[in-house]
Design a binder for this molecule. Structure first.
Ligand code: SF4
Ligand code: SF4
Length: 393
């Protein structure tokens, strides 16, 4: 297949950040120092080179983009201050915007003011739509139970529609990305599912990418840090990242369990339940983990604790703010639920909570959040390459 060179590639990538990377003269220091770069995925020099020479297909088909956890070590060692770590983060933003079909991610990343306006309008749309259906009389005594303020069916159906849209946009991006990486790696569907041995390799690679790496954070925890600097445990990046992921998953699982309990008639919608109830306990612990992780991430960016946290885009703050507000309003609702007569502010917090949670889900494929979809796919190809090398050795 002919190699297509896009002479505008670097200029386009730079709209997403990484202004200094033109200073790179390909010395390779960054690749040598990167604790995650190895024979199966050499970066960041190689990825910078793709952008410099206009190899767009290679850039978008690089599993290496997603193997980087942005520790910033390479940026500290670069003799020309080209900031390769920030380039990797920029290239991931560019990739997210290139994989998804609507162009929304590009706007969110490259036009932060318009992106923020869109985010506010989407949240207002959800809130306005729910208010138009809300039982407003319920705010006057005798009040409705907190969760009956907005019809329960409306929330469920809105959730299903939003998740459906999110799934379609997300699946579209993941398929495009997997095809691009697969083509570049020379991995075909037959290699992956064509025989019993292929299935076995695929299963092992899936376990490595999802279980060991994405959920277990193995390389992030064991390798991705500066051996000379001991960060306090409470702000160690892998731990904060893991708490955020697990907190989010815990909240998601709690919502599903809660819904299941209601479907089975074990619990009524919106009724206060004891702290030891599975969904309540899981939701509370998950919420605390998420709030802790997001708050430390925000503090790190605000205080610029590390090289990697020195550069923050509007889109980074937007996502962190939405996550933080979701967690915070969730806890306020918990308090409101235990007041005998729900306070008026409880209804408003409930409205804000649901609107932002819906927005977060809807925007997943278009924000930095999308790395939860793309990183496991890249790590899957990474694990396949590692297994292949081990088999050949
Ligand atoms: S980014 Fe810096 S360290 Fe890496 S190859 Fe370029 S000049 Fe060398
Ligand atoms: S930021 Fe860290 S993980 Fe990413 S390329 Fe640089 S050294 Fe490697």
């Amino acid at each position: 297949m002919a190699t297509v060179v896009d002479i505008d590639l670097m200029a386009d990538v730079q709209k997403f950040g990484a202004a200094e990377v033109n200073a790179c003269f390909s010395c390779g220091n960054c690749t040598a120092i990167c604790p995650l770069s190895d024979n199966d995925a050499t970066f960041p020099r190689r990825v910078i080179r793709y952008a410099q020479v206009g190899l767009k297909d290679d850039l978008l088909g690089s599993k290496e983009l997603w193997a980087c956890y942005h520790c910033g070590l390479c940026s500290e060692s670069c003799p020309t201050e080209a900031d390769p770590g920030e380039f990797m983060a920029t290239a991931r933003r560019y990739a997210i915007a290139s994989y998804e079909p609507t162009g929304l991610a590009r706007v969110l990343y490259t036009k932060p003011v318009i992106g923020t306006v869109i985010a506010v309008v989407v949240a207002l749309f959800f809130a306005g739509f729910m208010m138009s259906q809300a039982e407003l009389g319920g705010i006057d005594a005798p009040r409705l139970a907190l969760f009956e303020f907005i019809p329960n069916d409306l929330i469920h159906w809105m959730g299903i529609v939003v998740m459906g849209l999110m799934f379609v946009a997300g699946a579209w991006g993941v398929v495009r990305m997997a095809r691009a990486v697969g083509r570049r790696e020379g991995v075909t569907l037959k290699d992956t599912f064509g025989s019993g041995a292929a299935w076995k390799r695929t299963f092992v690679a899936l376990w490595d990418s999802i279980g060991v790496e994405s959920l277990g954070q193995k390389r992030f925890r064991d390798d991705c840090h500066d051996d000379q600097v001991v960060e306090p445990l409470w702000r160690r990046r892998w731990l904060v990242h893991a708490l955020t992921i697990w907190g989010f998953l815990g909240l998601f699982a709690a919502t599903l369990i809660d819904y299941g309990l209601e479907l089975l008639g074990i619990k009524e919608t919106g009724t206060p339940i004891p702290i030891w109830y599975p969904s309540r306990a899981l939701g509370t612990v998950g919420g605390l983990m998420l709030m802790y992780g997001v708050t430390v991430f925000m503090l790190g960016r605000w205080k610029k604790w590390t090289t990697a946290q020195a550069e923050s885009k509007g889109s980074d703050w937007l996502l962190l703010t939405l996550l933080w507000l979701t967690g915070f309003t969730g806890f306020v609702i918990e308090v409101a639920l235990y007041v005998t007569t729900p306070p008026v502010w409880g209804y408003w917090f409930f409205l804000v909570h649901v609107a932002i949670a819906m927005e977060l889900l809807l925007m997943l494929p278009f924000t930095k959040f999308a790395h939860v979809m793309y990183r496991p796919v890249a790590l899957f190809f990474y694990a396949l390459a590692r297994d292949k090398r081990a088999a050949e050795a």
